[in-house]
Design a protein around this ligand. Sequence first.
Ligand SMILES: *Cc1c(COP(=O)(O)O)cnc(C)c1O
Length: 431
Amino acid sequence: MPIDLQAPLSLADPEIAAQIAFEAERQHDGLEMIASENFVSRAVLEATGTVFTNKYAEGYPGKRYYGGCEFADVIENIARDRARRIFGADHVNVQPHSGSQANAAAYMTLIQTGDTILGLDLAHGGHLTHGHKLNFSGKLYRIVPYQVSRETERINYDELEAIARRENPKVIVGGGSAYPRVWDFERMRSIADAVGAYLMVDMAHFAGLVAGGVHPSPVPHAHMVTTTTHKTLRGPRSGMAMCKAEFAQGLDRSVFPGQQGGPLMHVVAAKAVAFQEALQPEFHTYSQQTVNNARALAEALRGEGYRIVSGGTDTHLLLVDVFAKGMLGSEAEAALGKAGITVNKNAIPYDTNPPLKPSGVRFGTPALTTRGMREGEMRRIAGWIAEALTHRADDTCLRAIHKQVSALAEEFPLYGWLRQPVDEREMVLAD
Ligand SMILES: *Cc1c(COP(=O)(O)O)cnc(C)c1O
């Protein structure tokens, strides 16, 4: 078959096009409650799928290793300026391909291999890149974990300070993937100063809440701040790093050539578009609603008899101890999936069950809030969650809940313009 370079995807590769269409339908039809996911705007989606995917732009604006970067330079400068305006950082690097690569570059800037990193234990809400033994972080650096307190399930800063004084870390890392409470960045900085360590905050999860002004900002306190751009920040799947002026040159060198080659300029363009959205007053409203929704969901689930880890949430996510109600997180995840509610199983602090069959489920509200859902919808959804978990072995019941879930989803349409052409293409294929 000759390659037709002008053919639209639907004709060039119907097999792949069909799966993309199914995915758009899946995203529309279900309730996306994975705390690290969101739905980007049409504008962000469009920017991601552009001719910048063709462009090599190794280096930085004005100092590239390739010709033809005049438009790439404009885009990267705009992205950096907007990010600086959102977060008030001295310096921003918008090139990291992902949150993990932003972290790799951040460590490379601040410390040497073999140095000690003090990070939140993965089993207590941390992240792989904060020191899992199979991750680069655990292999290149000496990792000392800190944990949340058994009673409050929150970080005990006195204990963190005691560990820091004992272990002499070069970097203290704040932030995580399943910690539902705000962090005390000021206290963390004073602990770091007391032991001569740098403070690095990985705000991958809550960056959008910081941008929206509903979560304290780590930027004034931390030497280095890293993030993803696709979680609460609602941009394309990617990363970013920010730092104090003294680390600017080091950070840029650590990203390129330290960790990466050419930046993904189509994704940098999409980041710029997302940052413009985050600068609008509506983004504050969105972020506040995301947090209000998480609180409403936590309260409603508590009303259904579920134990919420740490007693609630300050952010967009909550951890629910389903083992206390007699099931594993994996069982709960599977049952909710059948009911059209997408979540992930998650370890809870001091979990007595293994990581693949943990005791908890993590719920997040960023994606549903983007669709326009509010507290009333959260309470209805909590009712379905409780019903689905009670009847987790009853497929008929789970199917019946899925019907109600789909009806609610239909009231908050997603990517309507993408769903229309599915029919058109089917007509073309049927010809
Ligand atoms: C999601 C996340 C990351 C990594 O992001 P990727 O883009 O998947 O590499 C890093 N740190 C934290 C705390 C995260 O939650």
